[in-house]
Design a protein around this ligand. Structure first.
Ligand code: CP
Length: 332
């Protein structure tokens, strides 16, 4: 049984087949592919796009979505093996995952890091526990990666650019008042490198490099494709000739749980905002962001609203790619 927890578990050809199916579903959205299928959507964190696009996609394919928010309408859950459950958790994932598997054909999970200890968060324990104990496929709706977002981004890029091989993809850190999850940054790095881009990671200092697991995968993918992975701390250099600028903010991993110490570095790099002057250095490049995004903090209004902005197309494509992913996993 195969899960959709990270695109690292899937080949480029397998992912491309899902993207091709998503393109077909965009043209003909209504079908009965998930007729009589039940999908549990478990949200440990808030969402606008993910919840709506999954619910709508399941409806459009004749299935039924069950939305659960543990701790708010369903029981708080424990995950650690051998947990002594004398705190707030009323049930263990060992029961929850197996019970939901008796009712449902797929389980999708959103579980952000706790932002205290990266050594713990990087293990992705919540979704791995669901995958271990469920007897149906599990889909990642964002944990420490966001594979559905990756697919939506790649679909939007292919729609606008055609072939992506040999094009320049810049993943730029941007300022945000709070340290955010690295999930979308990890995912942007993975999908761009897997699909043949020359990839530049632009970030304020070496401390903002992503987890070595994702840096190493990106290096391996780019090498296998005969492409490059470059780390830059200079926006003028990084934007030069870019075909895609993908913006995201994230917290520097060495400061995990000690965010007051990171704040001065973060505050000193507000100029990493994506603006018209930087975009003018690109090769008429496309801009995108996973959303939600703070206007005039991460990117200027002019960039968000420019004809080269793919933010709404990428968000729409969440619907189409997730339908293709659910079809691939649920229909045997
Ligand atoms: N991009 C994304 O996952 O959006 P939501 O957090 O609103 O679901």
């Amino acid at each position: 049984m195969k899960h959709f927890i990270t695109t690292a578990d899937w080949s480029r050809a397998e992912l491309q087949a899902m993207l091709d199916e998503a393109k077909r579903l965009k043209a003909a959205p209504i079908n009965q592919t998930l007729a009589h299928k039940k999908i549990a959507l478990i949200f440990f964190n808030p969402s606008l796009r993910t919840r709506t696009s999954f619910e709508v996609g399941i409806f459009e394919m004749g299935g039924h979505a069950v939305v659960l928010q543990p701790g708010s309408g369903s029981w708080p859950m424990a995950f650690e093996p051998g947990a002594v459950m004398d705190g707030v958790a009323e049930e263990h994932v060992k029961e929850a995952a197996r019970v939901l598997s008796r009712y449902c054909d797929l389980i999708a999970v959103r579980a952000f890091p706790k932002f205290q200890d990266w050594a713990e968060d990087r293990q992705d324990l919540v979704i791995k526990a669901f995958a271990e104990h469920a007897t149906v496929p599990v889909i990642n709706m964002e944990t420490i990666t966001h594979p559905c977002q990756e697919m939506a981004l790649m679909m939007a890029l292919q729609e606008h650019m055609g072939a992506t091989d040999g094009k320049k993809f810049v993943l730029t850190w941007t300022y945000h008042p709070k340290p955010l999850n690295t999930a979308v940054a990890n995912s942007g790095l993975l999908i761009a490198s897997k699909f043949g881009f020359d990839v530049t990671l632009l970030c304020p200092t070496p401390e903002y490099a992503l987890d070595p697991r994702y840096m190493d995968l990106a290096r391996a993918y780019t090498q296998a494709n005969g492409r490059s992975l470059t780390i830059s701390h200079d926006p003028q250099e990084a934007y030069q000739g870019a075909h895609v600028v993908y913006a995201k903010s994230w917290g520097a991993l060495p400061y995990f749980g000690r965010w007051d110490e990171e704040k001065p570095i973060r505050d000193a790099h507000k100029h990493f905002i994506v603006d018209e002057a930087k975009m003018a250095l690109t090769d008429n490049g496309y801009f995108s962001h996973c959303l939600p995004a703070r206007r005039n903090v991460k990117a200027t209004d002019a960039v968000f609203d420019s004809p080269n902005s793919l933010i709404i197309d990428e968000a729409e494509n969440r619907l189409h790619v997730q339908k293709a992913i659910m079809a691939a996993l649920a229909v045997k």
